[in-house]
Design a protein around this ligand. Structure first.
Ligand SMILES: Nc1ncnc2c1ncn2[C@@H]1O[C@H](COP(=O)(O)OP(=O)(O)OP(=O)(O)O)[C@@H](O)[C@H]1O
Length: 301
């Protein structure tokens, strides 16, 4: 497999904030990678560096083998779809769609127009007067029709209603399967996109925290629930990913899904309940700043 993006010890510092803190990762070409992380983790900053809109403070970044800042090759081969993208003020959506042909060599105008009609746009719609959800939908259509070798969607579904979100993800998957390319998709809703993703890059505090295939992530952890004493005894020295207090006297711990036969049987004998942890819950557990959950805020004992 070849790589589309390579980051080595990448830093991005703003005056009083380090947004990327030595991030190192390799994003494989022709895969759909989810860029996941809590608010402020550094996702948008990373994507901005990848498309060359911002320059790293330190470290090495290669996109298709080139440093992206000021690179014509990188700009010709990437598109960055975000709700803050600059599209010409006052132009109709249809006019903007027409301009796509001039900029993107792989542009599929027929696809763009078919999606434009399907999602109910008219030739009179002015882009900067669209509602939030309609603007996101139009931007997403533009991103799909571009068929750029590196297509990046940063929170593309902001404001879209549920039906539109589902349609967009389906359209993305269908078009990707027909025309494979490198897709980066940042979202806070991993549960919504997990069937679409091949890899997940989990960012925490400006660093790569985990980067694995989604199939591995779905099997990465187990939730173990039961009486507090029984869970504590069973745990021994096993590392805990997260811990949640349950009803009085009960606790749930999240652990790696690597139990041996004895641990499994012991859990059953102690009436502990084992269940799979979804990829999206796992991301929440892995990225919490403190052990514990919102319930603990209300627990004053
Ligand atoms: N231009 C800027 N000047 C100063 N600080 C910034 C700037 N841009 C981003 N930051 C800070 O860098 C950190 C990372 O921001 P970034 O937008 O990359 O996070 P994110 O993971 O995309 O967050 P969200 O999910 O909330 O969109 C945040 O603390 C943010 O406040």
């Amino acid at each position: 497999m070849s790589s589309a993006v390579e980051c080595r010890k990448l830093f991005k510092r703003y005056q009083c904030k380090t947004a990327l803190d030595g991030l190192t990762c390799t994003i494989e070409a022709n895969r759909i990678t989810g860029v996941i992380g809590r608010n402020g983790a550094g996702k948008t900053t990373l994507l901005n560096l990848i498309v060359g809109h911002k320059r790293a403070s330190e470290g090495e970044l290669r996109v298709f083998g080139e440093a992206p800042f000021n690179s014509l090759r990188v700009s010709a081969n990437t598109i960055f779809i975000t709700d803050t993208m600059n599209l010409p003020n006052g132009m109709t959506c249809y006019e903007i769609l027409e301009t796509g042909r001039q900029f993107y060599p792989n542009w599929d105008h027929e696809l763009g127009v078919r999606l434009f009609d399907y999602f109910g746009f008219t030739k009179r719609d002015i882009h900067d007067r669209l509602s939030k959800g309609k603007r996101s939908t139009f931007n997403a259509i533009f991103g799909l029709a571009s068929r750029c070798p590196l297509t990046i969607f940063d929170e593309p579904t902001t404001g879209m209603d549920e039906a539109v979100r589902k349609d967009f993800y389906r359209a993305l998957l269908k078009d990707y399967l027909a025309y494979p390319r490198t897709v980066l998709l940042s979202s806070h809703h991993l549960n919504e996109i997990e069937d679409l993703l091949e890899d997940v890059l989990l960012i925490k505090s400006g660093r790569e925290h985990m980067h694995i295939p989604i199939s591995d992530m779905k099997e990465y952890a187990l939730a173990v629930r039961g009486k507090e004493r029984a869970v504590t005894n069973w745990l021994g020295r096993k590392d805990i990913i997260a811990r949640r207090s349950g009803p009085p006297g009960e606790v749930t711990v999240i652990v790696r899904n690597d139990l041996d036969h004895d641990q499994f049987n012991e859990a059953k004998e102690n009436k502990l309940e084992l269940s799979q942890v979804s990829a999206s819950d796992l991301c929440v557990y892995l990225t919490e700043e403190r052990k514990g959950g919102i319930d603990d805020v209300f627990n004053r004992d």
